[in-house]
Design a protein around this ligand. Structure first.
Ligand code: ADP
Ligand code: F6P
Length: 323
């Protein structure tokens, strides 16, 4: 019999609860005991655990957020904090820890494993910037939220012949902007991966009007060199010459909240269940993610610190389709 714990760390993502539920129920199915750690790595460093039975994870699959709580906890980068966490885990006779989170959380997972504690990571972040998984828990739901916002903005933009900037999350990664921009039929997409030229944005908007469009939507990634506010400011400063006023809709945390859709519930369930299987095989220091539709494990050492690139085919498609 094993005793395992699960922690959710970093930005929450719709679907995390489904992953927690899958970890717990597959562990209990094997006759193991399961525990949750509250508030991310802060709970690990402060011995904040709770036992989790089958019923404790009932009624959560449809809920966004994380039932365990999460936290940004930079103190966990320190060796002594990590060693303290390992002491608590050992005192509680925990055999292995499942860490559900994004690239920062998986850096913490790697640090714990390099200090000798058995860990398995589960790929979760709305940003989709985590190496080792083609898509992570929460991305699909966050994209659908962005898409609904873009569709709604487009309606009012058309009525008034206006131009809008819709700013989406993603930290330094443009994935959410690129995909919601393509799926939402944006006239222009502004990404962190390429330097922003506000004059090029103006040319795209002008071209859209010249082609007879009654609206213009620019999807902007929050991490772009010109975010929505900076772009709007530039257009305001050069209003006479550029001829556009840009209104801003900043989606922010709205994208992280809400109920997970079917894709995220299923992905999270599959990843969580595989984390338990990985522990059962004594396969540790890995991230459980998705590759070509299959659940795979990749050594944490191969994924931490790597930058996931945007698919160049999607980038080309975005510029062709915006014409
Ligand atoms: P995400 O996991 O969603 O990318 P963060 O980057 O905020 O979110 O990371 C989540 C948490 O992981 C941090 O608050 C910190 O506790 C821990 N963490 C981040 N980077 C490291 C690191 N290099 N070493 C150890 N722990 C880290
Ligand atoms: O990593 C997820 C994310 O939502 C990013 O897209 C965003 O930049 C960041 O977290 C916001 O962090 P916080 O919720 O700590 O303000």
């Amino acid at each position: 019999m094993k005793r395992i714990a699960v922690v959710t760390s970093g930005g929450d993502a719709p679907g995390i609860n489904a992953a927690v539920r899958a970890v717990v129920r597959t562990a209990i199915d094997k006759g193991w005991e399961a525990f949750g750690v509250r508030h991310g790595y802060a709970g690990l460093a402060n011995d904040d655990f709770l036992p989790l039975g089958r019923r404790d994870v009932g009624g959560i699959i449809q809920r966004g957020g994380t039932m365990l709580g999460s936290k940004r906890y930079p103190e966990f980068k320190a060796d002594d904090t990590q060693l303290k966490a390992i002491r608590f885990l050992r005192q509680r006779e925990i055999d292995a820890l499942v860490i559900i989170g994004g690239d920062g959380s998986q850096a913490g997972a790697l640090a714990l494993s390099q200090k000798g504690f058995p860990v398995v990571g589960v790929a979760s972040t709305i940003d989709n910037d985590l190496y080792g998984s083609e898509i992570t828990i929460g991305v699909d739901t966050a994209l659908n939220v962005a898409l609904e916002a873009i569709d709604r903005v487009k309606v009012t933009a058309s009525s008034h012949e206006r131009a809008f900037l819709v700013e989406v999350m993603g930290r330094n990664c443009g994935y959410l902007a690129l995909v919601s921009g393509i799926a939402g039929g944006a006239e222009c997409i502004v990404l962190p991966e390429t330097p922003t030229d506000p004059e090029a944005v103006a040319r795209d908007l002008r071209a859209a009007y010249d082609r007879g469009k009654s609206h213009a939507i620019v999807v902007v990634a929050e991490g772009a060199s010109y975010n929505a506010e900076a772009l709007a400011h530039y257009f305001q400063e050069h209003r006479g010459r550029l001829g556009f006023e840009l209104r801003i809709v900043k989606l922010g945390h709205v994208q992280r909240g809400g109920a997970p859709g079917v894709f995220d519930r299923l992905l999270a369930t599959r990843l969580g269940a595989e984390a338990t299987e990985s522990i059962a095989r004594n396969e540790f220091s890995v991230l459980v993610g998705l590759a070509k539709g299959e659940i795979v494990t990749t050594p944490l050492v191969q994924i931490v610190g790597k930058t996931k690139m945007l698919d160049p085919r999607l980038l080309r498609l975005a510029s062709v389709l915006a014409q």
